[in-house]
Write a protein that binds this ligand. Sequence first.
Ligand SMILES: [Zn+2]
Length: 249
Amino acid sequence: MLMISTFFVLGVVFGSFFHVIGQRVPVNESFLVGRSICRHCERTLNWYELIPVASFVLLRRKCGHCHHPISWTYPIIELLTGCLFAFSYQHIGFNLELLSALLLVSLLIIVLVSDLQYMLIPNSILFYFLLLFIFLQMQITHISIWNNILGGITGFAIIAVIILLSQGGMGGGDMKLFGLLGFILGIKKVLFALFLSSIIGAIIGTGYLLLAKIELKEPIPFSPFIVIGTMISFYYGDMFLNWYGSFLR
Ligand SMILES: [Zn+2]
């Protein structure tokens, strides 16, 4: 329990950092230098305003200076990362594969922040994570990485076909993201992740359209569904695929 709590706290702290990365990288701001500022009055935040989750609660979700409301995305992203870090540790245990799971969570959280705020997925983020995963894959399996490479090509190609057929709905960022996810998950699991994200996206998207009565042309960010689909496929993909395979025999 102590270890799970530790990973939760670690996730909350990293989640706060990922929020900064997802918010700054798309607009070419450095995420390593420069203290965070209030996005409204541009005042540099004090140390006590930078504590994940706690600051949000203590400041009653307002900037201490200009009283502009602080976005709900901060505590949600921090708590979500905390939960996913804790779950990853509980599910995998302490080994090299855990590092791969935590990196995947990190990638998805940064992509989520960036996509929700700017509707784009920065190339540089995808590129650095690809390098990290290639390095990690070489440490985990000393045999071929063909499943990863084929998974990457499959993920990339399928989204490319969807873009050509649908003319909109998905963009180049999704295509590159699924290429990377394919490399991480392998062929079967990336297909399952795409299947799940599309189903969940279609159900929630339809419900949203019916409830909010928004214009059909207004784009709904796809990344929340990619995060859910990928996480389920990563942890339970083998189980589902075995279960499905037992019907075919
Ligand atoms: Zn302010």
